[in-house]
Design a protein around this ligand. Structure first.
Ligand code: SF4
Length: 311
């Protein structure tokens, strides 16, 4: 789409949002032109908070399906719209409610902790939800010694290192874009930019995390990369973050893996499945409403509220 057409569509989306008392929330991994129309751009935790606090009657959630479900769970009276209902998170789909029920029987003495990247049905069966920004801090506060963590094995083993006093059982799910980026690719980047510190997301492979100078959630990487003294930073997370990094501190260079521009590397095809046209049509027609059963909302709300209260 030509620049002028993009601008025109963005103006129309903003006008419609005002007319309909709608708030547009977007994850950092969304396309830049979609982030540009959002009232708020953030990571999973920040967006969940915004969804819970908003006075708007309609929430247009530009993120993957589990994020829209989370918004509906914490704000059940609001109309939550998902611009592309096909955009799901492959990692969230790697654990099913039956898996959690079976694990409950195997580990009756454990507390069950789910990464927020899970379906509403799975959330309804756990004791606490966490995000990559708050997981170690909240898990330390749990009374049980044993923790079953799902679905992300990379995040789980990173948390386990920081909470050595607990025993962890990890589900073997993973985020394909983050986990499949290899330490060999990172070595090449480090050879090319030997003075650049490396910031990586904890969904990355443990070998990549071992080589990182900083490991943190998307919002924590944003703070680190824009404020660290070095003029250039290697950033190993989804490329969508580059847009916000450049906005917050344009005086630094942010090096993302080159292969990230294609599906199969640090580029989330699901996040990029939402276009400006999707946002416009969804808002205009108020379609693609996220609907969840009331009983399911009540059950899934408990671990999410506990997370918001504890963090
Ligand atoms: S980046 Fe990974 S965890 Fe996030 S939505 Fe994409 S596949 Fe899921």
């Amino acid at each position: 789409m030509a620049d002028a057409a993009v601008k025109e569509l963005q103006e129309e989306i903003k006008r419609l949002a005002e007319e309909k008392n709608a708030v547009i929330l977007a994850h950092y991994y969304q396309r830049p032109e979609v982030q540009e129309v959002a009232h708020f751009v953030g990571d999973s935790l920040e967006l969940a908070r915004r969804a819970a606090e908003t006075d708007a009657s309609v929430i247009v959630f530009c993120g993957v399906r589990f994020m829209c479900e989370t918004a509906k769970i914490v704000s059940p009276s609001k109309k939550v719209l998902h611009p592309n209902p096909e955009s799901g998170c492959p990692m969230a789909d790697m654990v099913k409610p039956e898996d959690v029920k079976r694990l409950r029987e195997q580990h009756p003495d454990a507390e069950f902790v789910a990464y927020v990247n899970t379906t509403a049905e799975v959330k309804a069966l756990v004791d606490l939800c966490v995000t990559s920004a708050n997981a170690p801090k909240l898990i330390k506060k749990l009374p049980a010694k044993k923790v079953v963590f799902l679905p992300d094995r990379a995040l789980g083993s990173w948390i386990a290192k920081q909470v050595p006093e607990k025993e962890f059982v990890l589900w073997q799910g993973f985020c394909p874009p983050h986990y499949e980026f290899t330490y060999k690719e990172l070595l090449k980047l480090k050879e090319r930019y030997p003075d650049a510190p490396v910031a990586a997301h904890p969904e990355c492979h443990p070998k990549v995390l071992e080589m990182a100078d900083f490991v943190g959630s998307t919002s924590q990487i944003l703070r680190y990369a824009t404020s660290v003294k070095a003029p250039r930073v290697i950033v190993v997370t989804e490329v969508g973050l580059k847009y916000t990094l450049q906005k917050v501190n344009p005086n630094k260079e942010y090096v993302f893996p080159e292969s990230m521009n294609y599906c199969g590397s640090v580029y989330c095809c699901s996040m990029k499945g939402i276009t400006l046209e999707h946002v416009y049509e969804t808002l205009k027609e108020e379609k693609n409403e996220v609907k969840l059963d009331e009983e399911l909302i009540k059950k899934a709300e408990r671990p999410l509220r506990r997370m918001l209260e504890l963090s």
